[in-house]
Unconditional design. Structure first.
Length: 451
């Protein structure tokens, strides 16, 4: 069509006087094609005459335009536009984002008007927790908002009690600071974590409560869509309390400090409920580096890949590993539990070298809309998974024992409940059965995907 119009204006100059206003429209909408540029490629090179944003209620239109990085007067690029759409999805504060492009031929120069349709998620969510057993009990709650002030800044505040000892957590984070590529964040916490430790034979070897008081600063930078460089700077104090007798001691007497620089290549991008992309992460850590024998260091590498299959299912896998210098057991790597190898108890093994692999197939089971309270669409997603891990070094809580390599393998089924309108609202229930060593099964419940 554009070629024919150019011929018309070349051989029939009077056509310019007719102010031709012929229009073609492209529309990108389906979940499977949410990051596809195919429908938008024919508009490459056309000058943008207007960008209209529809549907915002809570988010700032100015912040949306900052993330798009595309302005009126630019020449349209499908790839650049899609980079902006990915950023909007990755805020986790927006969903059902659709692009509609209207191209017009006014003489020899094509122009486009872009209509961007999106919806705000409900981002203010309360949270609560309660745990008991092993001589300890804890409870607490707070509130989290991933879009405070409408500029995609996440903030949270909470309070809890562990065995009558109060704890708190306050945090603020902005991945894209105003119209820049900077990242900033600050976290202040005092928290307690009940821990049950097993020995190599699978028998309970101790019950501890790990307390941490910490101040954390995050500073980072983006380079384009696929490279992130940031670092945490932390000051903290750790102590351990045994369940019986109730004695408490500091792991290290002085206040500790730590730097955790991180580099991420690539990005696994969110859609309404699926993910697509890959991430390779390099994360060294150095703690107490001016404190001689109190210093310890580690290096962790990981790779994550997510793929959309048949338009409504995810296939995903993860491989991670690390190595570290000698350190107290609480700072060593651990395997077991819902974040590493499901089916086994958390902190099943400790060590100073580890590998961890996970594979998941997440088919969409069904979806439905709930009109009450404007809850909108709920997606139920299944999960078939295999987890594995290998760790070497000190096992259980015993230090100084001969080095050994210990492996864990499990498999299971899971269910995900995803409320699209609510930010980060993925309820995860997993049934993991131990394969090696055989220790039965375990149910785990969490928020967010396993990886």
């Amino acid at each position: 069509m554009r070629f024919l119009l150019l011929l018309l204006t070349a051989f029939c100059p009077d056509a310019l006087a007719l102010d031709l206003d012929l229009e073609t429209t492209s529309y990108v909408s389906s979940e499977a094609e949410v990051f596809s540029t195919e429908a938008l490629l024919p508009h490459n090179g056309a000058r943008i005459e207007a960008i209209h944003i529809h549907g915002l209620k809570r988010s700032s239109e100015r912040a949306v335009r900052w993330l798009l990085r595309v302005k009126v007067g630019d020449y349209f690029s499908a790839e650049q536009w899609m980079e902006g759409i990915k950023k909007l999805y990755n805020t986790t504060a927006l969903y059902e984002i659709h692009t509609e492009i209207h191209e017009r031929m006014r003489g020899p120069q094509p122009t486009v008007a872009i209509d961007l349709y999106l919806k705000d998620k409900w981002t203010i969510l309360p949270y609560a927790s309660a745990n008991g057993g092993g001589g300890s009990e804890s409870w607490g709650g707070g509130v989290f908002d991933s879009n405070i002030t409408g500029y995609f800044t996440s903030a949270y505040a909470g309070i809890s009690y562990l065995d009558g000892t109060p704890a708190y957590e306050l945090g603020l984070n902005q991945e894209w600071v105003m119209d820049t590529d900077l990242m900033l964040g600050i976290v202040v916490t005092k928290a307690g974590f009940p821990v049950t430790v097993q020995n190599e034979a699978g028998n309970k070897s101790g019950e501890l409560t790990w307390f941490r008081t910490q101040e954390q600063l995050l500073v980072g930078y983006h380079t384009g869509e696929t490279f992130r460089l940031f670092s945490y700077a932390e000051i903290f104090q750790d102590s351990l309390r045994s369940a019986a007798p109730r004695t408490q001691g500091l792991i290290y007497e002085p206040t500790q400090y730590r730097l955790r620089p991180t580099v991420i290549f690539g990005r696994s991008n969110y859609t309404n409920y699926l993910e697509s992309g890959h991430e390779f992460k390099i994360a060294p850590t150095s703690a107490n580096f001016f404190a001689g024998n109190l210093a310890y260091h580690q290096l962790v590498l990981s790779y994550k890949r997510t793929m959309i299959w048949s338009g409504d299912s995810n296939f995903a896998y993860f491989l991670g590993g690390g190595i570290m210098s000698p350190s107290p057991t609480p700072y060593q790597f651990h395997l077991g539990g819902l974040d590493t190898v499901r089916g086994f108890s958390a902190y099943r093994y400790f060590g100073d070298r580890y590998l961890n692999g996970k594979v998941e197939f997440r088919p969409k089971l069904t979806s439905f809309r709930i009109p009450l309270f404007d809850i909108d669409r709920i997606v139920l997603q299944g999960c078939v998974f295999i987890d594995s891990g290998l760790i070497s070094g000190a096992s259980g809580t015993v230090r100084g024992t001969p080095r050994s390599s210990l492996g864990l393998v499990s498999a299971g089924l899971g269910l995900r409940g995803i409320a699209e309108k609510f930010s980060d609202a993925i309820a995860r229930l997993d049934f993991g059965h131990t394969v090696h060593p055989r220790e039965g099964f375990d149910l785990s419940f969490g928020v967010g995907q396993a990886f």
